[in-house]
Design a protein around this ligand. Structure first.
Ligand code: GTP
Ligand code: MG
Length: 523
């Protein structure tokens, strides 16, 4: 059985039940002729540039370009506006992560969204065009909106997760632009762990879809990671439809959709309920803010990207649950400011909370949502929280800001159900196996100390015989140990804080969920 098909055995959540029989063959990539994915593709993009401006039908208001805040950057909080009591309730808020293989067009599409929503003016675009040309990267100018640092611009590759905001009639969006390059998968993991919705960008250009989709390509790895990290809905945008090798071909679009569908299903997505496909050109801005013109593409009758984003429904979370916010970053600014996404409960100015696992009692001095100061914020929000009672040096990435009454569990050992994907050099998986554990914002060395039971992937029942080792594709329950205390939850209690990946030497080798914690683990 194909290992990807077996990921479904984990049933991380909405795996399709109405069509449970996935033909594992479907999930395998085609053996196609590859145009070797060049790390530094230098395409002549003249065709793409032509008509770039013509298609942008709604001229945005010329406003000052807002520099985005990188995940590692720090915004000046002093500029924040007066507190807005109901900020988080005015419009719904969604975190959207852009994922997909290197060069698929994630940053270009993200940049185009900001341009079309009026946040970047023509003058800035012209400046970027010139800068891109000077770097012999003519077609990269749209990506420069999201790729703000020099290294990214010179290499044409996103490194850090870019962060930006835009709004539609009904929704405030935070865009997280993940890097596609395989060296930066840990950064992609951090981006995806903050999002509920994923935009999976796929290049339709000849050879590029194939390279991204092959084994070892990041199209696959990103989908599997996104699902494990709690990205419940996916918009699959088939990008570069304007490219001369594609030319808005229905055949090419259908080919990509038909190959992606079984793979998405085998990765645990309910394709009917949780996935929407649509064709776009991120570079030209086609089918993004307004629907496709029949003269460009006569066969598409579906939504444009903004409409599709607007109509995504994500399950409501309980704002009254025990407070949990994994910390992804911190800095000093009139107290200690911690950043992260609220996974459960709400936070108000003045609240007393615990920073776990060090059980430090803290007080909330201020809460910032995007760039705005708010009095209260609920689940799903990406926040900066200013705290008193703790020094910046005493907070680490992976710590969790937590309710005092029901604090998060802190453990050095837990039981988990693991799905082994692909071990390096087809190694065997046994007690003593070491890997890097990624669970919410925690990144920690771990060791498998005991294999408890193997699960039959077909019946999903534990197998009787004692298990000493397993191989690729196995589902196994085991005990996992880490050296320092980490804050996690059982998957059944808080899915976002109980699902994880194991990586080694830059490759994802397993995905899993926490099934049990030691009794004495909660504070
Ligand atoms: P990484 O951050 O390195 O993973 O890449 P990315 O997915 O962000 O891709 P990026 O936006 O940097 O674009 C890569 C190349 O594809 C650039 O040369 C873009 O101009 C080109 N590109 C992106 N979108 C389109 C499109 O819609 N049409 C065409 N023709 N080219 C595109
Ligand atoms: Mg990019």
């Amino acid at each position: 059985m194909d290992i990807e098909a077996e990921i479904r055995a984990l049933q991380l959540d909405s795996a399709e039940d109405d069509n449970g029989t996935v033909n594992p063959e479907d999930a395998k990539p085609e053996e196609v002729e590859m145009t070797d994915k060049v790390e530094e593709v230098e395409m002549s993009d003249k065709v793409e540039e032509e008509g770039t401006k013509d298609e942008v039908d709604t001229k945005p208001q010329p406003v000052q370009a807002e520099p985005k805040v990188k995940d590692k950057e720090v915004a000046a909080l002093e500029d924040a506006e007066a507190p807005d009591e109901m900020e988080s309730e005015k419009k719904r808020h969604l975190n959207v992560v852009f994922i997909g293989h290197v060069d698929a067009g994630k940053s270009t599409t993200g940049g185009q969204i900001l341009f079309l929503s009026g946040q970047v003016d023509d003058r800035t675009i012209q400046k970027y065009e010139k800068e891109a040309k000077d770097k012999s990267r003519e077609s990269w100018y749209m990506a420069y909106i999201m790729d703000t640092n020099e290294e990214e611009r010179v290499k044409g590759k996103t490194v850090e997760v870019g962060r930006a905001h835009f709004e539609t009639e009904t929704t405030r969006f935070t865009i997280l632009d993940a890097p596609g390059h395989k060296s930066y998968v840990p950064n992609m993991i951090s981006g995806a762990s903050q999002a509920d919705v994923g935009v999976l960008v796929i290049s339709a250009r000849k050879g590029e879809f194939e390279t991204g989709y092959e084994r070892g390509g990041q199209t696959r790895e990103h989908v599997q990671l996104a699902k494990t990290l709690g990205v419940t809905k996916l918009l699959v945008v088939v990008n570069k439809m304007d490219d001369h090798t594609v030319n808005w071909s229905k055949e090419r679009y259908d080919e990509i959709e038909s190959k992606m569908t079984p793979f998405l299903r085998s990765s645990g997505y309910n394709v009917k309920k949780d996935v929407v496909f649509l064709p776009i050109s991120g570079l030209v801005g086609t089918n993004m803010k307004t629907r496709l013109d029949k003269s460009t593409c006569p066969w598409w009758n579906g939504p444009c990207l903004f409409e599709a984003l607007d109509s995504i429904e994500v399950p409501l979370r309980d704002p009254k649950g025990p407070f949990r916010m994994p910390i992804i970053d911190k800095f000093k600014d009139m107290g200690t400011v911690v950043m992260g996404k609220v996974e459960s409960g709400s936070v108000c100015e003045g609240d007393s909370l615990l920073v776990m696992p060090n059980k430090a009692q803290v007080k909330v001095l201020a809460v910032y949502c995007d760039e705005n100061k708010v009095r209260r914020a609920g689940p799903g929000e990406n926040l900066r929280v200013r705290l008193s009672g703790i020094e910046e040096e005493d907070v680490m990435e992976g710590f969790v800001l937590s309710s005092v009454v029901k604090p998060i569990s802190a453990v050095t050992e837990f039981t988990a159900q693991l799905q082994i994907l692909e071990l390096l050099d087809n190694a065997i998986f046994t007690a003593g196996y070491k890997a890097v554990l990624h669970i919410h914002s925690v990144v920690e060395e771990c060791e498998i100390v005991e294999l408890l039971q193997q699960i039959d992937p077909k019946t999903r029942k534990p197998m009787k015989k004692k298990v000493l080792f397993v191989k690729n594709g196995a589902v196994v329950v085991c005990r996992v140990q880490v050296n320092s205390m980490i804050c996690i939850e059982k998957f059944s209690d808080f899915p976002q804080l109980g699902r994880f990946t194991l990586r080694t030497e830059g490759k994802t080798v397993a995905v899993g969920k926490v099934t049990d914690l030691p009794k004495s683990s909660s504070a």
